[in-house]
Design a protein around this ligand. Structure first.
Ligand code: AP5
Ligand code: MG
Length: 191
Protein backbone atom coordinates (compact mmCIF):
# COMPACT_ATOMS: atom_id res chain seq x y z
CA UNK A 1 0.00 0.00 0.00
CA UNK A 2 1.33 3.45 -0.96
CA UNK A 3 -0.33 6.42 0.75
CA UNK A 4 0.28 10.14 0.78
CA UNK A 5 -0.39 12.40 3.76
CA UNK A 6 -0.91 15.81 2.22
CA UNK A 7 -1.60 19.34 3.41
CA UNK A 8 -0.24 22.84 3.85
CA UNK A 9 2.62 23.66 6.24
CA UNK A 10 1.56 23.04 9.83
CA UNK A 11 -1.54 21.02 8.93
CA UNK A 12 -0.32 18.05 10.99
CA UNK A 13 1.24 15.77 8.37
CA UNK A 14 4.12 14.69 10.62
CA UNK A 15 1.92 14.38 13.72
CA UNK A 16 -0.62 12.21 11.93
CA UNK A 17 1.97 10.22 9.97
CA UNK A 18 3.37 8.86 13.22
CA UNK A 19 -0.09 7.57 14.18
CA UNK A 20 -0.89 6.20 10.71
CA UNK A 21 2.49 4.46 10.55
CA UNK A 22 1.65 2.50 13.69
CA UNK A 23 -1.98 1.71 12.97
CA UNK A 24 -1.55 0.69 9.31
CA UNK A 25 2.00 -0.67 9.47
CA UNK A 26 3.34 1.73 6.85
CA UNK A 27 6.86 3.10 6.62
CA UNK A 28 6.85 6.90 7.08
CA UNK A 29 9.01 8.72 4.51
CA UNK A 30 9.21 12.49 5.12
CA UNK A 31 11.27 14.45 2.60
CA UNK A 32 11.39 17.39 5.05
CA UNK A 33 12.89 15.16 7.78
CA UNK A 34 15.40 13.65 5.33
CA UNK A 35 16.44 17.14 4.19
CA UNK A 36 16.79 18.38 7.78
CA UNK A 37 19.12 15.49 8.58
CA UNK A 38 21.16 16.38 5.45
CA UNK A 39 21.35 19.97 6.70
CA UNK A 40 22.46 18.76 10.15
CA UNK A 41 25.16 16.58 8.57
CA UNK A 42 26.71 19.68 6.99
CA UNK A 43 27.06 17.98 3.58
CA UNK A 44 27.29 20.21 0.47
CA UNK A 45 23.76 19.14 -0.48
CA UNK A 46 22.62 19.95 3.04
CA UNK A 47 24.17 23.41 2.91
CA UNK A 48 22.43 24.28 -0.34
CA UNK A 49 19.13 22.78 0.76
CA UNK A 50 19.32 24.51 4.14
CA UNK A 51 19.46 27.96 2.56
CA UNK A 52 16.46 27.23 0.34
CA UNK A 53 14.43 25.71 3.18
CA UNK A 54 15.14 28.56 5.60
CA UNK A 55 13.70 30.95 3.01
CA UNK A 56 10.58 28.81 2.73
CA UNK A 57 11.13 27.86 -0.91
CA UNK A 58 11.02 24.39 -2.46
CA UNK A 59 14.30 22.61 -3.15
CA UNK A 60 14.80 21.53 -6.80
CA UNK A 61 12.64 18.66 -8.03
CA UNK A 62 15.69 16.67 -9.26
CA UNK A 63 17.26 16.63 -5.79
CA UNK A 64 14.07 15.47 -4.09
CA UNK A 65 13.32 12.86 -6.72
CA UNK A 66 16.84 11.42 -6.30
CA UNK A 67 16.35 11.28 -2.52
CA UNK A 68 13.06 9.41 -2.88
CA UNK A 69 14.42 7.13 -5.62
CA UNK A 70 17.19 6.02 -3.25
CA UNK A 71 14.86 5.28 -0.34
CA UNK A 72 11.66 4.04 -1.94
CA UNK A 73 12.75 0.49 -2.92
CA UNK A 74 13.79 -0.36 0.62
CA UNK A 75 10.62 1.10 2.09
CA UNK A 76 8.46 -0.63 -0.54
CA UNK A 77 10.19 -3.97 -0.08
CA UNK A 78 8.76 -4.52 3.37
CA UNK A 79 5.56 -2.85 4.42
CA UNK A 80 3.67 -0.17 2.59
CA UNK A 81 4.86 3.41 2.45
CA UNK A 82 3.37 6.66 3.74
CA UNK A 83 4.80 9.68 1.94
CA UNK A 84 4.84 13.00 3.84
CA UNK A 85 5.81 16.23 2.08
CA UNK A 86 6.24 14.47 -1.27
CA UNK A 87 5.17 14.82 -4.06
CA UNK A 88 4.97 18.59 -3.84
CA UNK A 89 4.89 19.56 -7.51
CA UNK A 90 3.28 18.11 -10.61
CA UNK A 91 6.75 17.03 -11.83
CA UNK A 92 7.45 15.20 -8.58
CA UNK A 93 4.10 13.44 -8.88
CA UNK A 94 4.91 12.32 -12.41
CA UNK A 95 8.34 11.08 -11.28
CA UNK A 96 6.78 9.17 -8.38
CA UNK A 97 4.18 7.55 -10.62
CA UNK A 98 6.93 6.41 -12.99
CA UNK A 99 9.03 4.97 -10.13
CA UNK A 100 6.05 3.07 -8.75
CA UNK A 101 4.92 1.86 -12.18
CA UNK A 102 8.35 0.25 -12.65
CA UNK A 103 7.51 -1.96 -9.65
CA UNK A 104 3.90 -2.51 -10.71
CA UNK A 105 2.67 -0.23 -7.93
CA UNK A 106 0.62 2.96 -7.78
CA UNK A 107 -0.54 5.51 -5.22
CA UNK A 108 -3.45 3.92 -3.34
CA UNK A 109 -4.75 6.87 -1.36
CA UNK A 110 -4.23 10.54 -0.61
CA UNK A 111 -5.32 12.03 2.72
CA UNK A 112 -5.41 15.84 2.48
CA UNK A 113 -5.58 17.71 5.77
CA UNK A 114 -7.53 20.97 5.76
CA UNK A 115 -6.85 23.68 8.36
CA UNK A 116 -7.61 27.40 7.99
CA UNK A 117 -4.51 29.50 7.35
CA UNK A 118 -4.64 31.63 10.54
CA UNK A 119 -4.54 28.43 12.61
CA UNK A 120 -1.62 27.08 10.55
CA UNK A 121 0.35 30.26 11.20
CA UNK A 122 -0.46 30.10 14.94
CA UNK A 123 0.71 26.48 15.14
CA UNK A 124 4.00 27.21 13.36
CA UNK A 125 4.75 30.34 15.38
CA UNK A 126 4.07 28.34 18.52
CA UNK A 127 6.44 25.60 17.34
CA UNK A 128 9.07 28.28 16.63
CA UNK A 129 9.17 28.99 20.35
CA UNK A 130 9.36 25.33 21.34
CA UNK A 131 11.60 23.78 18.67
CA UNK A 132 13.16 26.68 16.77
CA UNK A 133 12.86 25.15 13.31
CA UNK A 134 14.75 27.42 10.90
CA UNK A 135 11.76 27.93 8.60
CA UNK A 136 9.22 28.79 11.33
CA UNK A 137 9.74 32.54 10.99
CA UNK A 138 6.87 34.79 9.92
CA UNK A 139 8.60 35.57 6.62
CA UNK A 140 9.42 31.94 5.77
CA UNK A 141 5.93 30.79 6.81
CA UNK A 142 4.38 33.30 4.37
CA UNK A 143 6.62 31.98 1.60
CA UNK A 144 5.83 28.34 2.45
CA UNK A 145 2.09 29.07 2.21
CA UNK A 146 2.66 30.85 -1.10
CA UNK A 147 4.62 27.88 -2.54
CA UNK A 148 1.91 25.52 -1.34
CA UNK A 149 -0.83 27.38 -3.21
CA UNK A 150 1.32 28.06 -6.27
CA UNK A 151 2.84 24.60 -6.84
CA UNK A 152 1.70 21.96 -4.37
CA UNK A 153 -2.09 22.12 -4.28
CA UNK A 154 -2.17 21.05 -7.95
CA UNK A 155 -0.89 17.61 -6.92
CA UNK A 156 -4.39 16.85 -5.60
CA UNK A 157 -5.90 17.34 -9.06
CA UNK A 158 -3.13 15.24 -10.55
CA UNK A 159 -4.28 12.27 -8.46
CA UNK A 160 -8.00 13.00 -8.86
CA UNK A 161 -7.53 12.88 -12.64
CA UNK A 162 -5.97 9.45 -12.26
CA UNK A 163 -8.85 8.14 -10.19
CA UNK A 164 -6.79 7.82 -7.01
CA UNK A 165 -9.06 8.37 -3.98
CA UNK A 166 -8.32 11.82 -2.54
CA UNK A 167 -9.95 12.26 0.86
CA UNK A 168 -10.20 15.75 2.35
CA UNK A 169 -10.00 15.52 6.13
CA UNK A 170 -10.77 18.28 8.63
CA UNK A 171 -7.44 18.84 10.40
CA UNK A 172 -8.85 20.95 13.24
CA UNK A 173 -9.35 19.73 16.78
CA UNK A 174 -7.23 17.47 18.94
CA UNK A 175 -4.68 15.25 17.12
CA UNK A 176 -6.55 12.10 18.21
CA UNK A 177 -9.83 13.43 16.81
CA UNK A 178 -8.12 14.19 13.52
CA UNK A 179 -6.59 10.72 13.49
CA UNK A 180 -10.01 9.12 13.97
CA UNK A 181 -11.23 10.92 10.81
CA UNK A 182 -8.13 9.76 8.94
CA UNK A 183 -8.62 6.17 10.07
CA UNK A 184 -12.12 6.18 8.64
CA UNK A 185 -10.97 7.87 5.42
CA UNK A 186 -8.22 5.28 4.84
CA UNK A 187 -10.75 2.55 5.54
CA UNK A 188 -13.01 3.91 2.79
CA UNK A 189 -10.10 4.37 0.36
CA UNK A 190 -8.80 0.83 0.74
CA UNK A 191 -12.15 -0.89 0.40
P1 AP5 B 1 8.29 19.87 5.46
O1 AP5 B 1 9.17 19.39 6.52
O2 AP5 B 1 7.51 18.91 4.67
O3 AP5 B 1 7.39 21.00 6.11
P2 AP5 B 1 5.94 21.60 5.85
O4 AP5 B 1 5.20 21.00 4.69
O5 AP5 B 1 6.12 23.06 5.82
O6 AP5 B 1 5.11 21.15 7.06
P3 AP5 B 1 5.51 21.03 8.58
O7 AP5 B 1 6.43 19.88 8.78
O8 AP5 B 1 5.90 22.34 9.13
O9 AP5 B 1 4.07 20.73 9.16
P4 AP5 B 1 3.26 19.36 9.21
O10 AP5 B 1 2.13 19.44 8.24
O11 AP5 B 1 4.14 18.18 9.17
O12 AP5 B 1 2.61 19.51 10.65
P5 AP5 B 1 3.18 19.02 12.08
O13 AP5 B 1 2.62 17.68 12.39
O14 AP5 B 1 4.63 19.22 12.13
O15 AP5 B 1 9.16 20.72 4.43
C1 AP5 B 1 10.04 21.69 4.89
C2 AP5 B 1 10.81 22.28 3.71
O16 AP5 B 1 11.62 21.26 3.11
C3 AP5 B 1 9.98 22.83 2.55
O17 AP5 B 1 9.58 24.16 2.78
C4 AP5 B 1 10.97 22.71 1.41
O18 AP5 B 1 11.94 23.72 1.47
C5 AP5 B 1 11.66 21.40 1.70
N1 AP5 B 1 10.98 20.26 1.11
C6 AP5 B 1 10.46 19.17 1.78
N2 AP5 B 1 9.91 18.31 0.92
C7 AP5 B 1 10.08 18.85 -0.31
C8 AP5 B 1 9.70 18.44 -1.62
N3 AP5 B 1 9.05 17.28 -1.83
N4 AP5 B 1 10.03 19.25 -2.66
C9 AP5 B 1 10.70 20.40 -2.48
N5 AP5 B 1 11.08 20.86 -1.26
C10 AP5 B 1 10.77 20.09 -0.20
O19 AP5 B 1 2.43 20.08 13.01
C11 AP5 B 1 2.83 21.44 13.01
C12 AP5 B 1 2.73 21.99 14.45
O20 AP5 B 1 1.37 21.95 14.87
C13 AP5 B 1 3.49 21.13 15.48
O21 AP5 B 1 4.01 21.96 16.47
C14 AP5 B 1 2.42 20.19 16.04
O22 AP5 B 1 2.70 19.77 17.34
C15 AP5 B 1 1.18 21.08 15.99
N6 AP5 B 1 -0.05 20.31 15.73
C16 AP5 B 1 -0.20 19.19 14.97
N7 AP5 B 1 -1.48 18.78 14.95
C17 AP5 B 1 -2.17 19.66 15.72
C18 AP5 B 1 -3.56 19.76 16.10
N8 AP5 B 1 -4.48 18.87 15.67
N9 AP5 B 1 -3.92 20.80 16.88
C19 AP5 B 1 -3.00 21.72 17.32
N10 AP5 B 1 -1.65 21.66 17.02
C20 AP5 B 1 -1.26 20.65 16.21
MG1 MG C 1 6.19 17.85 8.78
Amino acid sequence: MIGIIFGPPGSGKGTQAAKIEKEFDLKHLSTGDILRSEVASGSPTGKEAGRIMAAGDLVPDELIVDIVRMRLPEAEAGRGVLLDGFPRTERQAQALDAMLADEGHRVDFVIALEVPEPELVDRLLHRAKVEGRADDTRKAITERMHEYHKLTEAVLDHYRRQGVPVQLVDGRGAPDEVFERIRQAIGISSR
